[in-house]
Design a protein around this ligand. Structure first.
Ligand code: NAD
Length: 341
């Protein structure tokens, strides 16, 4: 182990953290994961996995009891629109995530760990620049005057500044990415914290062809979605560069939510009408502006959205069927089954 590179992944029991651990192991790192819970969908590949609460400064100190080459701070109290935009969890999520970041950056400084990655979010961009679904502005330098549309976004902005302040005052080398909607297998797909691609995959998997699924809002709001493998590529590229960020890591293939439903339905081979209901939808338009990352790191996502969805839908459909939440279409609609034959 002494000759191996070492990494600490905070939030290793989560979606992106779980994938990051796998990638670091594949690269030959010795990896310690920390999370308040075990990974729900996969056995961790970390060499050590601490189940511990990073809101506790003692946990952060214990997690950094050796000089890691790379620390990835992904732990956050987070979820999709149904969790972060209702207002019901604001105090809790701000307190939890800010406390984790305050404790972790301080623990790293005390241990002399310089290279720390922090995952911010596109949710920190001002709402006033994201009112036109066809033309949102998410360039990195559009962040101020700040006006995120959620407390989740305000906490991300605060923590970005925290890591940058540690760079400035303590000579640390923190790296900050603003992730834009990341999706893929082994992420939350039910329970209220899932994000749009996973929620839509689940609804489509549960529906029989011809059944309408419920969509929050008119479905004309726009977003872009990045497959998790690409997110890890961009993250490692930034972490090992001389550029601190903040920089967008996202896809710039913008689609409407209705368009996303159509893509997933096509992959599932089902006809899925939409039934639009009121719900938390967030800003009207959002897209990753990838000019800065292209210029500074020579990075851009390489896969079309459809390719990532084609890898994600089957995984979510399997989870749905394993939970027996779905009566397979062939059983429910005998006529459809006969037609298919
Ligand atoms: P996730 O919820 O799957 O992972 C976060 C992990 O942090 C969870 O496993 C959770 O248990 C852990 N955690 C929360 N509180 C903790 C605590 N007190 N102590 C220890 N662990 C704790 O989310 P994710 O999608 O993997 O996101 C990872 C990071 O990327 C987060 O910081 C998130 O805000 C950011 N991000 C994600 C997206 C996305 O689309 N997934 C977009 C923008 C930003």
């Amino acid at each position: 182990m002494m000759s191996m590179k070492t990494a600490l992944v905070c939030g290793a029991g989560g979606f992106i953290g779980g994938h990051l651990v796998k990638r670091l192991k594949a690269e030959g790192f010795w990896v310690r994961g920390v999370d308040i819970k075990a990974h729900e969908y996969a056995e961790t590949e970390a060499d050590e996995f601490l189940i511990a609460d990073l809101r506790d400064p003692v946990t952060c100190r214990d997690a950094t009891d050796r000089p890691f080459d790379e620390v990835y701070q992904l732990a956050a109290d987070m979820g999709g629109a149904g969790y972060i935009f209702t207002g019901d969890h604001d105090a809790e999520l701000m307190h939890n995530s800010a406390t984790i970041n305050l404790n972790m950056v301080q623990a790293c400084r005390k241990r002399g760990i310089k290279r720390v990655f922090y995952s911010s979010s596109a949710c920190m961009y001002p709402a006033y620049n994201q009112e036109d679904p066809d033309n949102p502005n998410c360039a990195e330098d559009s962040a101020y005057p700040a006006a995120p549309d959620s407390e989740y976004g305000w906490e991300k902005l605060f923590s970005e500044r925290l890591y940058l302040a540690y760079n400035r005052n303590y000579g640390m080398e923190c790296r900050i990415a603003r992730f834009h909607n990341v999706f893929g297998p082994e992420g939350t797909w039910d329970g209220g914290r899932e994000k749009a691609p996973a929620a839509i995959c689940r609804k489509v998997a549960q529906a029989c062809s011809g059944d309408a699924i419920e969509i929050w809002g008119d479905g004309l709001q726009t977003r872009s979605f990045l497959h998790v493998d690409e997110c890890i590529d961009g993250t490692l590229r930034l972490m090992r560069s001389d550029f601190a960020g903040p920089v967008n890591i996202g896809s710039d293939q913008m689609v409407t939510i209705n368009g996303l439903v159509e893509m997933i339905a096509r992959i599932a081979g089902k006809h899925i009408p939409t039934h639009h209901i009121p719900g938390p939808t967030g800003v009207r338009g959002r897209n990753s502006d990838n000019r800065l990352i292209a210029q500074r790191l020579g990075w851009a996502p390489s896969q079309a959205l459809e390719m990532g969805l084609a890898k994600t839908y089957p995984w979510i459909a399997r989870q749905v069927h394993a939970k027996a939440e779905c009566v397979p279409a062939q059983q429910k609609f005998n006529i459809g089954a006969r037609e298919v034959k």
